[in-house]
Design a protein around this ligand. Structure first.
Ligand code: DX5
Ligand code: ZN
Length: 217
């Protein structure tokens, strides 16, 4: 399914009201709910762990898309499966054995995602095509919401060619708004994470998030 999906990041939600915030964005049309797990080690910020993610689960009616910004990843995979993650994404930079990590995520019953920091080339996932369901292209250096978009459209085009006919999503994470969304969609992305663009306005307005000019895509 290559339709464009909006995945609001609850990193920009009210941390004292996650249940209500998740229900509100789904009521307003979110396709997936993006959950940013940060460990204060792989990235310089700390959010929440598997117990909190498990508490989010009953509020998420769509797809719970969990983005791990942690290292190491493998010891936590089963905990996120038990917490109810549908998609579990690990960074290629988080350890030396991403191939094994993606296998373990699928074995635990989840869709496997692999994320690329801005400084990491598309080729880092060239040998993972049969093990992944989603490639997340970071368009900020991970750690914080509200940062300026870094243009990775050339990387997205390279990945789109690499993926070919395989059913692999290309997700964009960081600085997605009305101006930047059309650029990444034109390059081949189909899942748009948006934190500040969604929560600043308090709603998931598709035209607002990815631009009225591509609303027909
Ligand atoms: C950044 C996170 C993103 C972030 C996006 O480390 O992975 O998901 O919340 O936020 P915005 O849309 O505000 O850049
Ligand atoms: Zn994210």
């Amino acid at each position: 399914d290559r339709s464009i999906k909006i995945a609001p990041s609850i990193l920009s939600a009210d941390f004292a009201n996650f249940g209500a915030e998740i229900r509100a964005i789904e009521d307003q049309g979110a396709d997936w709910v993006h959950v940013d797990v940060m460990d204060g080690h792989f990235v310089p910020n700390l959010t929440f762990g598997p117990m909190a993610v498990k508490a989010f689960r009953p509020h998420v009616k769509t797809v719970m898309d969990v983005h791990l910004m942690i290292a190491p990843v493998d010891p936590s995979i089963d905990a996120y499966a038990e917490a109810g993650a549908d998609v579990l994404t690990a960074h290629v930079e988080a350890g030396p054995h991403i191939h094994r990590t993606l296998q373990a995520i699928r074995t635990a019953g989840m869709k496997a995602g692999v994320a690329l920091n801005p400084g990491t080339p598309a080729e880092a996932v060239a040998h993972l095509m049969d093990l992944t369901d989603l490639v997340c292209v970071m368009t900020v250096n991970p750690g914080f919401g509200g940062q300026k978009f870094i243009d990775m459209t050339a990387k997205v085009r390279t990945l789109r060619d690499m993926i070919g006919d395989r059913p692999i999503h290309i997700e964009i994470d960081g600085g997605v708004d009305v101006t930047t969304a059309p650029l990444v969609v034109a390059a081949g992305a189909d899942v748009l994470v948006a934190g500040s663009a969604v929560f600043k306005g308090g709603s998931v307005d598709r035209a607002q998030v990815y631009g009225a000019n591509i609303a027909a895509i």
